[in-house]
Unconditional design. Structure first.
Ligand code: KG4
Ligand code: ZN
Length: 349
């Protein structure tokens, strides 16, 4: 039997069990993260963020991200094994994010995972980053089972998903242009705030009032899609026009007005999705899920309608490897086969 045949045989043995150890790797953007999970339980999780490195450039520089993943990954694997109280010999499966994300950044994780899986002679599982974000909910709510609606709001993606089963998800609404996190980051830049803009806008908005009127895209239309590029442009124009009149913008009020609108449309469309599907559970996911206004508004709107609202802790909303490990566990349960050693990164997955 060759390596791949042994991997397939091993996965068939593990399917249906929840007592085996998965080591998972996430390197799709500017966080190098490794975790060890058993079923939906996280035994260890280490995240090394490059935010401080990219801050001075005002955003993630792909080549610099890749280089720093290379520098960090070995030590993070060692650290997470100590945290989990296990050794490499105990690992049954290696899981890795292979897309979506930055090509060079993804390749560091994928190459590392391939060599580790081959050296340990254990199966290699290729995990979709978005399914990882959704899986954060299985960590904080281990009793959660499909069907449910998921609002996924991150720096790269904005989706309302109907999760019928882990391997049967339907996109009910998605962005037609910018992702919501991207809009937070761009508006922050217009206001002169550092990267990443989401938490900065949130902080500033706390001191402001929603005095600026900003447009809603697709108003009155009967679909659940989003457009954040128009909202971002409206903010840019508002700042430019105000300055041209020789007047001053009130940054806190603009941050608050933008956040109210950005979050409002997410919550409104999610409530429509719940109505349309009849599901009684909504799960939040993705980096923007760390936003307090979004968490509060989603909880308020859902609770009013008798919907159970699941909010993973903030650290599980932004990129981490624990969610990738648990997504791997769910994929194995749902019938996924191992990857072979030709696995490549897929930036646009
Ligand atoms: O999920 P994530 O860590 O990476 C991607 O897969 O994109 O999301 C990062 C995004 C960034 O755009 C960041 O500004 C945004 O999530 N974000 C927030 C908050 N924390 C992170 N946006 C609004 N409020 C926050 N508190
Ligand atoms: Zn992400």
């Amino acid at each position: 039997m060759n390596y791949y045949e042994r991997s397939c045989k091993k996965i068939e043995e593990l399917r249906g069990r929840n007592d085996y150890l998965i080591l998972s790797i996430e390197s799709s953007c500017d966080e190098t993260a490794v975790a060890v999970v058993r079923g939906r339980e996280v035994l260890g999780s280490v995240i090394s963020s490059q935010i401080e490195i990219h801050k001075r450039f005002g955003g993630v520089v792909p080549e610099i991200a890749s280089r720093n993943h290379v520098l960090a990954i070995d030590n993070i694997v060692d650290e997470v094994l100590v945290q989990a109280g296990v050794t490499l010999k105990d690992i049954d499966v290696v899981a890795v994010t292979y897309g979506a994300g930055l090509l060079g950044a993804l390749l560091v994780g994928v190459s590392y995972a391939k060599s580790l899986a081959y050296a340990l002679d254990v199966p290699l599982m290729a995990i979709n980053h978005i399914k990882g974000h959704i899986s954060a909910n299985f960590i904080s709510a281990p009793e959660l089972e499909p069907p449910f609606v998921c609002l996924l709001a991150s720096g790269g993606h904005t989706y309302i998903l109907e999760v019928k089963a882990f391997n049967d998800m339907v996109i009910l609404g998605e962005t037609q242009d910018d992702a919501v996190g991207e809009a937070f980051d761009k508006v922050a830049r217009v206001l002169g705030l550092p990267y990443p803009g989401g938490p900065q806008i949130e902080k500033l908005a706390k001191e402001g009032e929603p005095t600026y009127k900003l447009p809603r895209a697709f108003k009155g239309e009967k679909h659940l899609n989003f457009s954040y590029s128009g909202l971002k442009t409206a903010v840019i124009n508002l700042v430019a026009n105000t300055k041209a009149r020789g007047e001053e913008i009130i940054p806190a009020n603009l941050a608050r007005s933008f956040q109210d609108e950005a979050v409002g449309v997410l919550v409104d469309n999610t409530m429509l999705a719940l109505e349309q599907t009849g599901h009684k559970i909504v799960a939040l996911a993705g980096g923007v899920g760390a936003n307090t206004a979004l968490r509060e508004k989603l909880t308020e709107a859902g609770t009013k309608r008798g919907i159970k609202v699941l909010l993973p802790p903030r650290a599980l909303c932004t990129d981490n490897a624990a969610m990738i490990g648990v997504a791997c566990f769910e994929e194995i349960k749902a019938g996924m086969l191992p990857a072979d050693l030709t696995l490549d990164a897929d930036p646009a997955l």
